[in-house]
Write a protein of this length. Structure first.
Length: 301
């Protein structure tokens, strides 16, 4: 029964994601005539995909076979619903896009984003959890063999202070890597002249979903210290680039930050660096929320 419930959860998460994305496309189809509406559309789709991958990673499954069964159920369901979403809400979005039908690739781009992020993210999550399960079984067999020979393996436990320090370092390093990899990817795409292509719109959500899933798959002790460290580090890494970009991108003025904020709200597509900073910032909070949901303690009934 528990195995069947896990498969139902995977199916529900997949269907719920596609329904929410369809609703988002219909909603923003009335706003895409403005740059802000276009930016919010792709940011919303990105966060929905990241949330879906994180929720899938938070499904509690013990058997490897059920892990792959969840993925097997999710893949065709997402493919069918994504095509339906593209033909219905995607067409409505394309009709309202500046220039009219046929003058944009938003319909195709969102379909590719949806398929690429979901398939790669879910496969990576399933493969990682399957590998962990295999290692756990092997370790258990080794323990049994050692016990039969009269040996016993004991793990040296960390003191509470050291365990808390390790968790704090892990949380901070996860945020550092997320921001650093985003910056490196942006610079790489700029050097290759691919920053305005479909690859750019797919690469960043894919990177963020994988890193967010990595956070959700964290299963060690001191999770509270890990989450607090990640949250504080995220605030710091958000404020520093924001302050630097404010200084660089706006002329010297008493209300420089207000002018920079106004430029983001009126011409966000002309501020790709700041939009990426906002995207990373929100990605961390999405991962932290699902992290708390996925690692909550079960109540004894």
């Amino acid at each position: 029964m528990k195995h069947f419930l896990s498969i139902l959860k995977a199916l529900g998460i997949t269907a719920g994601l596609d329904i929410l994305m369809t609703g988002a496309l219909y909603l923003f189809s009335h706003m895409v005539h403005r740059e802000l509406g276009q930016a919010l559309l792709f940011l919303t789709v990105t966060l929905l995909l990241i949330t879906g991958v994180c929720l899938f990673a938070a499904i509690r499954v013990q058997a490897k076979g059920i892990l792959w069964a969840c993925m097997g159920v999710s893949f065709p369901t997402h493919l069918i619903l994504s095509i339906v979403m593209t033909l219905t809400a995607g067409k409505a979005l394309s009709d309202e896009w500046p220039g009219g039908m046929g003058n944009n690739l938003a319909q195709l781009l969102i379909l590719l984003m949806s398929l690429a992020v979901w398939y790669v993210g879910i496969f990576a999550v399933t493969a990682t959890r399957s590998r962990r399960a295999t290692k756990a079984v092997r370790e258990e067999k080794r323990q049994v063999k050692r016990a039969k020979k009269g040996y016993r393996k004991e793990w040296q436990t960390l003191t509470p202070a050291r365990a808390r320090l390790v968790a704090v370092l892990r949380g901070g390093l996860w945020v550092v890597w997320l921001h650093l990899l985003t910056t490196l990817l942006y610079e790489g795409l700029n050097e290759a002249g691919l920053e305005d292509t479909m690859l750019s719109y797919i690469a960043f959500p894919l990177l963020w979903s994988l890193m967010a899933a990595r956070c959700v798959l964290y299963d060690r002790d001191r999770r509270g210290a890990y989450a607090l460290s990640a949250a504080v580090s995220n605030l710091v890494f958000f404020l520093i680039p924001t302050a630097l970009l404010t200084v660089v991108n706006t002329p010297a003025h008493k209300f420089r930050f207000v002018l920079h904020l106004d430029s983001i709200l009126t011409e966000p597509l002309n501020n790709p660096e700041q939009m990426l900073v906002i995207g990373v910032f929100l990605t961390v909070w999405v991962a932290m929320i699902v992290f708390g949901i996925g690692h909550r303690k079960k109540k004894n009934v």
